[in-house]
Every structure is written in C-alpha cells, then in structure tokens.
Design a protein around this ligand. Structure first.
Ligand code: AMP
Length: 274
C-alpha cells in the first residue's frame, strides 16, 4: 500500500483516503465521492478493527459482506481497496496504543471504555501506511471526528481531515451498517432518535434554551418506544464536548440508544436564532 502511495506521490497525484469497517452504504459512498472530488487517487480501507470493540460488544457479529463491498467500491471509482488482515496490522508483540486526555471522557467514550484508544491507534496506523493528503470522515460519528482532528494536530500528521454531513434514509434515520440488524419494529423505534433531534432543533428556534428540558423531552419520546434503552442524551459544546446548560450559541445534541441489541448514535447542531 505504501509503495503504491509513494508511486502516486512521485507522479504528483493527491491521495484521498476513506477508512471504513465495510458493509458499505450510501453514507460511505458520499464520503468516497467527496474523496474523489478532493484528490486524484482514492483509497478505501475496509477493516473491522478489533481494538475499538470492548468485551461484550459486537465485533464478532458486526455485519460483513466483502464481495458486495468490492463491487460497490469498484463502481464508486476507488483506485485502491485496502483490506489488511488483523494479524498483519497488529503483529505479535504489539503493545503501543494511543491515548487522548479529554475528548474521550465524554459521550460514547464513557460507555465504551478504550474505544477511542482503539480508533486513534488504527487511524494513525492507517495514516502511516496510506500516507494520504486528505482523509474523509462522517459527522455521524461526531466525537470520532473531533478525536481524529485533535490527534492529527497533536501528532503532526500532514493530512487534511475533512468532515462530511450525515447521510440519512428518506425518513431521516442516519445510515449505519448496524441498521441491517434492526427488525421492522426496532427500525420504527430507531426513528425516535432523529425525531428527538428535530424536535429539539425546532424548540431551540422557538427560544427554548434550557438543555435539561430538551433532554427530558427527548428521553420521554425515546422511552415511549419498546426495546429502547438510552445510553446518553447530551447537549454540549461542539469543540470541547463539555455539557452546555443554556443554549446561547450553536451546540451539539448527541445521543446513543440501544434498540434491542443494536447500539445507534446520531447528532445534530442546534443553533438559536440571533
Ligand atoms: P464505519 O464503517 O461505520 O466505521 O464508518 C466509516 C466512515 O463512514 C466514518 O467516517 C463514519 O463516520 C462514516 N459514516 C458512517 N455512516 C455515515 C452516514 N450515515 N453519513 C455520513 N458518514 C457516515
């Protein structure tokens, strides 16, 4: 992979990189289109990274369909599909992991201990192997994007990190590989995430600025659906991810909810009218 990148670089080509865990959907494809727009060569990686899953999480059952992904990648104009093997990336004796001080102490980092250490470690390794000019990440994983932007600055990677808005199903559900695991009833319940975010956005426009009230309303709606279990609903500063109690500037509303056994996340920026 690195030899290919070096060759591209010598030819003066700009390399875009989209890292994924596969089971590709329209969200991934949008990131790839953005990658194509930015650079001359597009690298897509598919790797279900074991170190970002905790014990009892869905590493083993994470959806996978390599043949379908290959066909989609080819159609999307991917130049290199990089699908490393875990035994090659984490060679025997590996013991070095990245750690970040503050950002992982919020949102998903609280219930998924060690998750962002795994994410940062794999992304840094992939950055070193792929040596891209641009790397595109989805805003659906807002905290991941924040952690990676920070890591890129802190470790002096010469890579431009590009965020892409969340791609949704026509009814608003944020696209996710994990949606494939939802039963029809669970999928219906899953819509309560985007409905809660949209309700909050409307409330903020109507000058309701108390975060707790908005969180209470969202909690009530989500809990009214069977099989839902809220992990968190937070209104926070989009940069530091610290809680914000009074919405007097753009804030991030982020939530994580288990629907049956499937953990879903979503988020939205809420902007008060000035
Ligand atoms: P994943 O395969 O779920 O690890 O995601 C790979 C990349 O695709 C990450 O940068 C995600 O944030 C991004 N992504 C996943 N779902 C969406 C979506 N619905 N809209 C935009 N980006 C997404």
């Amino acid at each position: 992979m690195t030899a290919m990148s070096n060759r591209f670089r010598k030819m003066g080509k700009r390399i875009s990189f989209v890292p994924t865990m596969g089971f590709l959907h329209e969200g991934h494809l949008a990131l790839m289109r953005e990658g194509r727009r930015l650079g001359d060569k597009l690298v897509l990686s598919i790797f279900v990274n074991p170190t970002q899953f905790g014990p009892g999480e869905d590493f083993k059952t994470y959806p996978r369909d390599f043949n379908r992904d290959c066909a989609l990648a080819e159609k999307a104009g991917v130049d290199i599909l990089f699908t490393p093997d875990a035994r090659d990336l984490y060679v025997k004796g590996s013991e070095t992991y990245l750690h970040q001080e503050k950002l992982p102490g919020h949102l998903c980092g609280l219930s998924r201990q060690g998750h962002f250490n795994g994410v940062m470690t794999i992304v840094a390794k992939l950055f070193n192997i792929v040596v891209p000019h641009f790397a595109v990440f989805g805003e659906k994983d807002f905290q991941q994007l924040a952690v990676i932007r920070r890591m890129t600055k802190d470790l002096n990677f010469d890579i431009q990190i590009v965020g892409h808005p969340t791609v949704r199903e026509p009814d608003g559900l944020a696209m996710s590989s994990r949606n494939s695991k939802l039963t029809p009833a669970q999928r219906d319940a899953a819509l309560s995430l985007i409905t809660s975010l949209r309700n909050a956005r409307r409330s903020v426009k109507n000058k309701q600025t108390d975060s707790n009230q908005l969180i209470d309303k969202a909690t009530e709606l989500i809990q009214s659906y069977p099989e839902t279990k809220i992990d968190y609903i937070k209104i926070c500063d989009p940069e530091t991810l610290d809680d914000v109690s009074n919405i007097d500037r753009p804030v991030l509303m982020a939530l994580a909810v288990k629907v049956g056994k499937t953990r879903l996340i979503d988020n939205m920026i809420l902007t008060p009218d000035s």
